[in-house]
Design a protein around this ligand. Sequence first.
Ligand code: FE2
Length: 377
Amino acid sequence: MGNFYNPVRVKIGTLNVIKDVLDTIKPQYSKIILMHRGGDFSESVAGRNLYKSLEGFEVKQIGVNISNPDVEDLFHYYKQIEKFDYQCIVGIGGGSVLDLSKSLAALKNMKIDSTTNLRSVIKQKLYNENQNIVPWIGIPTTSGTGSEVTCWATIWDRENGVKMSVDSEHLYAHSAIIDPTLTVSLPKGLTASTALDALCHATEAYWSRSSNEISRIYSLEAIKRIVNNFEKVVDQPGDIQLRKEIALGSLYAGLAFSNTRTTACHSISYPLTLELGVVHGIATSITLAKVMEINFKSIIENDKLLQAFGVSSVSKVQGLIEHFHQLSGSSSKLRDYKANEEIIEKVASNAFTKGRMDNNPVALTQEDVKQILLSIY
Ligand SMILES: [Fe+2]
């Protein structure tokens, strides 16, 4: 039961549909921030198409050359655009670009003068009262984050060893444009790790305490598409039809967890990434089958979940994920990321992110988390 809500206008097609999106907002907005991945973006086909579509607008471009943005990175970009009176942000890129676009949309005109100040704005969610939040448009170039259809962004605080969120109902994108051709040049490892992230979003949404009948349908659809096409897309990265299947899988996973948020796997992944540098999609999926085993009896229609994975038991999910890790060139064992007993203790004690761990259908203790981590050591 429950209510499903997501206000993002989703356009599936080519990047060119941005013209239609901008036409609907052009009367009000003329100054745009274009956030992209930097590097050779301006020379790419997508870059050139996008600039053409933005003719007639005053555009300030920001190339983002970092990933997993920290509060200091966010402050750096905030200062770069602070004096430009932007009315809309277009973000084209992976999760980091989209999360920064969303966060900067929230911070417009907030007169932030230091990272310390920004840290407290985020912690106290002061952007919630900001009357100057601007609309943003999300154009993902990876298939995994789901940020284009969720209302929160991950901002790390490495100085304090924690993950923070910029999170508000006001931060859904005005529109999301899903163009699978933007993902064809993604390298194998990134294709695999982002797809694994989406697989976790869908699976965790399915068993989340906040799941509802509609989110569960999106979850199952997402899992089927990702599982059925994972090996093929890693093998044939230039195949647009396969890219579309994974892009839709990621979108459906995003829609599912936009309503439910994630659970124990994501909660455990944050300290794994902070302490051991494990890539997000690997860090979330590395505990997926173990957490599924613990949750299994509490999962509504758990048979449908296994069917979506195309397996007959949870132990086979473990085998499937290990196979996917192998295809991505990653290990499924923590020892290969230089974990040790001390780090495992630290990860277990920092694995309890509010709104994530308490969203797991089964309450886990620190000792439970430690045992999960030891079982994949
Ligand atoms: Fe994620």
